[in-house]
Ligand binder design. Sequence first.
Ligand SMILES: Nc1ccn([C@@H]2O[C@H](COP(=O)(O)OP(=O)(O)OP(=O)(O)O)[C@@H](O)[C@H]2O)c(=O)n1
Ligand SMILES: O=C(CO)[C@H](O)[C@H](O)COP(=O)(O)O
Length: 444
Amino acid sequence: MEPRPAAPRPRLCDSLGADQTPSASTPNAARAELGRRAPAVAAVLPAGGSGERMGIPTPKQFCPVLERPLISYTLQALERVCWIKDIVVAVTGENMDAMKGIIQKYQHQRISLVEAGVTRHRSIFNGLKALAEDQPDSKLSKPEVVIIHDAVRPFVEEDVLLKVVTAAKECGAAGAIRPLVSTVISPSADGCLDHSLERARHRASEMPQAFLFDVIYEAYQQCSDYDLEFGTECLHLALKYGHIKAKLVEGSPDLWKVTYKRDLYAAESIIKERISQHICLVMDTKDENHVGHRLEEVLKDELNHVKVTSRLPCHTGRDLDQIMSEQCYSYVCVNVMTSDFEEIRKLVNMLEESNLSILYPVVVISVYFLDYKSVPFDQKMENLMQIREYAKEVKKRNILLCGLLIYYPQDEQKLQESLRQGATIIATLIKERNSGLVGQILVA
Ligand SMILES: Nc1ccn([C@@H]2O[C@H](COP(=O)(O)OP(=O)(O)OP(=O)(O)O)[C@@H](O)[C@H]2O)c(=O)n1
Ligand SMILES: O=C(CO)[C@H](O)[C@H](O)COP(=O)(O)O
């Protein structure tokens, strides 16, 4: 088991990062209402499947995405919602230790583990039992509303959680839905089309779902072995056994369930895009006419949807702390005045203290300029080679450090070209977060 990192992490409810910002559509009135009447809300996450359709031995909830297990992203998405008091995760006995290791390594909070069942419904039922009042020695208390959410749907946002919880409080049950992508057809026994459903009149049932706890717990207590073995829909159990017609809430496309291998690639791309929305340039000069500021302009041009900010180095710029607390995961250290690594070391130390890289790889690019006239290329490169060893060291802390040498010719047009190429390399390193390039010195 990996040791627990020392300092507490700088986030959760009040500091929201790139993938943590509640969507603009978060219904503030509903949130306020929920706050006023504060129903106790808990969540149950079934995570006991084997991921057969993924076709690999590791169950998909434990597959690494940017070197962190998928389930950790889902836990992060739920635990950042302050009004969810307990999160109960159902895991198989054989994966219990691995799950405990994940909770410890990524500092997840408010998590309780229960043993999974042989089917998804049985796993959920075990989670509900742990929340029910009548469990001896349990630290958990029975919630008024329970959210059920698959461990393999990592992109659940606070606004949809709030919508299903508010609707469940009113109607007894609620679930997220999406338009169907394909038409659903029913084949007959001989493999021919029996009938097809009118696509526009049907919806795909997704997660999260929420229920008044008593409604869903009683439904699970009453349901048949057949339901527990073959059922795939909790809303159906609430209807069949509690006569509750669930409220259906439109969900976002990102709520889809990671099922096949390609879904892991899609999840990784979404995460990379979300954490690459803010770049901080740490400039070692205030001089507005310096080439570092021209690089900033070109970078803003290159990355027109990305927020690019610049700051002075760490020892004078206290607001770098602020940027780190806003969860900026990309830093470009522009060394105009010196060629040493002092500024980079200070920046990396600050990043380590911030604990940012526990959850996501942080990219740091150290940029230097090469004026052939003053320093020969080989001499400059020799100096920069030191970055390799240092990069190897900080890679262990999930900080991906690379060097970039930008040619600085006298000719204005050529300089512009170098800066543009430098900006393209920076943008690629940030978007890709490729750990294979750690310690490399690229030349523009
Ligand atoms: N006995 C089971 C089976 C599934 N699940 C969980 O239910 C969620 C949704 O199920 P699904 O996507 O079907 O997962 P798997 O059963 O793992 O996948 P597959 O059907 O491809 O084997 C997943 O988080 C999965 O871990 C569970 O807790 N217990
Ligand atoms: O979408 C869902 C609820 O409606 C479930 O996630 C889905 O039914 C899980 O089923 P399976 O484990 O068979 O994939």
